[in-house]
Design a protein around this ligand. Structure first.
Ligand SMILES: Cc1cc2nc3c(=O)[nH]c(=O)nc-3n(C[C@H](O)[C@H](O)[C@H](O)COP(=O)(O)OP(=O)(O)OC[C@H]3O[C@@H](n4cnc5c(N)ncnc54)[C@H](O)[C@@H]3O)c2cc1C
Length: 413
């Protein structure tokens, strides 16, 4: 097994790094944080995204006719890894929406959505969870009933992260009112400015006190989204009517892997290693402490495993295979590593690392405490780690469903 990148791939990484050093300024970082908070994209951010596009690095692995460069998944991984590590900018062509349109969309839909996604002008929020069903998506009640050339949507979604910024929602709804469980569901690509859609914020623990802008873990806001007689053209249907379950599973699986997923979790380990090596007077002596060295060595080893798991999924996908329990494995390993890393940082740096923004004595505006709070979110969103373990047991190890659990329970594959 050879885990080395080729000379061309290393050269791509070097070019991306050099671009980042030159272009990702403090203004860009500030505007990225503003954009994430829903305050729109500033001029520095727009200019840098345009420059990234002109270099062909946005959605680099997508076919050229849809705005990509026809590159390999490994090139996408490299570009994603560098931009996320540097500034939390997702540029690779992953995420909700685009990859699913590429996999399941009509030619017309690919032409309508993908070039805009590739230029970061179109973005999707994920409309799966409802107040009574998160894990068990087969319980979806939001309805989309066909009337002539359109569907009329009524219902509610919850925890719809980024709905305040997204241009579209990737909506899972019940098209057959008589159907039960996963039958009769369909996916729609719905513009967020369609009349009848209301977005209401759900603030998380990161919002009060407000996490500092350089917190990299945990959303400050997610949302409830209400649909009141929302009329959607039939052309917004992704895949066949009634096939939404399969479309969703493909989308979820694609969304669970990638550099962004593993980096979200392992960057905290990098933080603590960098801090200990920084020569900072307050913590420098800790790098000689055998217990601290053991701890960071353990974390680093785990972090490398997370990275290798991501590369295994990419390798399966690159060979045109499809992964299932492998993605679930990543979704357990990464987030749980992130929780352990943020907890370890608290133990190493002491009680002050547990103080939130605004508390007297908080370190670096409470960033370590906020990352600790945020780390737990990733063990729940995109399918909880408990449910992922069930998937690994069943699909990876061939074990039967637990007795007493309905056939489609634990549905987030
Ligand atoms: C910060 C954040 C952002 C989110 N963003 C989005 C988003 O953008 N779009 C979206 O659609 N959803 C989003 N979600 C929702 C998320 O996907 C659900 O919260 C998650 O799937 C769990 O569903 P639930 O909250 O209904 O909990 P439940 O399904 O009620 O589960 C409660 C607990 O029971 C456990 N459990 C349930 N079933 C099983 C089982 N069969 N075996 C073992 N354990 C089980 C779960 O692991 C969990 O611990 C987000 C959630 C969070 C926290």
């Amino acid at each position: 097994m050879d885990f080395a990148f080729s000379a061309e791939e290393e050269s791509l990484r070097a070019s991306v790094r050099s671009f980042i050093r030159e272009h990702i300024t403090d203004d860009v970082r500030r505007e990225l944080a503003d954009a994430h908070a829903g305050r729109g994209k500033g001029p520095a951010l727009l200019a840098v995204q345009d420059a990234i596009f002109r270099r062909g690095w946005l959605a680099i692995s997508w076919p050229k006719e849809y705005g990509g460069q026809g590159g390999s998944l490994v090139t996408q991984y490299i570009v994603e890894e560098e931009f996320i590590r540097a500034c939390d900018m997702r540029v690779g062509g992953g995420g909700t929406g685009g990859p699913a349109v590429l996999a399941c969309g009509t030619e017309e839909q690919k032409r309508e959505f993908l070039p805009g996604c590739a230029r970061l002008q179109i973005s999707f929020c994920q409309g799966y969870s409802e107040p009574h069903c998160g894990t068990d998506l087969a319980g979806i009640r939001c309805r989309a009933i066909r009337e002539g050339d359109e569907y009329v949507v009524n219902g509610q979604k919850i925890y719809t992260t980024n709905a305040q910024n997204a241009t579209h929602i990737f909506l899972l709804a019940r098209t057959d009112p008589e159907s039960r469980r996963q039958a009769g569901l369909s996916v729609f690509l719905v513009p967020m400015d369609t009349p009848g859609i209301t977005v209401r914020p759900l603030w998380t623990i990161q919002n009060e006190p407000q996490a500092p802008p350089h917190t990299t873990y945990g959303e400050a806001r997610t949302n409830e989204v209400f649909f009141d007689n929302v009329k959607v053209p039939a052309s917004c249907l992704l895949g066949q009517e009634g096939d939404g379950w399969n479309v969703t599973q493909r989308g979820l699986n694609l969304d669970r892997v990638g550099a962004w997923r593993y980096l979200m979790s392992v960057r905290r380990t990098e933080d603590v290693v960098n801090l200990l090596k920084s020569g900072d007077a307050a913590v420098g002596h800790l790098s000689h402490d055998p217990a601290v060295r053991d701890k960071v060595a353990d974390l680093w080893t785990e972090a490398q495993m997370c990275r290798l798991m991501t590369m295994r999924s990419l390798s399966i996908a690159a060979r045109a295979g499809s992964f299932s329990y492998e993605g679930s494995g990543e979704k357990v390993a990464g987030p749980e590593h992130g929780v352990r890393a943020t907890e370890a940082i608290g133990q190493i740096l002491g009680p002050h690392a547990e103080l939130l923004n605004g508390s007297p004595g908080a370190i670096d505006s409470g960033v370590f405490a906020h990352n600790l709070l945020g780390a737990f979110q990733s063990t729940v969103n995109h399918g909880s780690v408990q449910v992922m373990r069930d998937q690994i047991a069943r699909k990876g190890l061939g074990m039967p469903r637990p007795a007493g659990v309905a056939g489609t329970r634990a549905a987030r594959v």
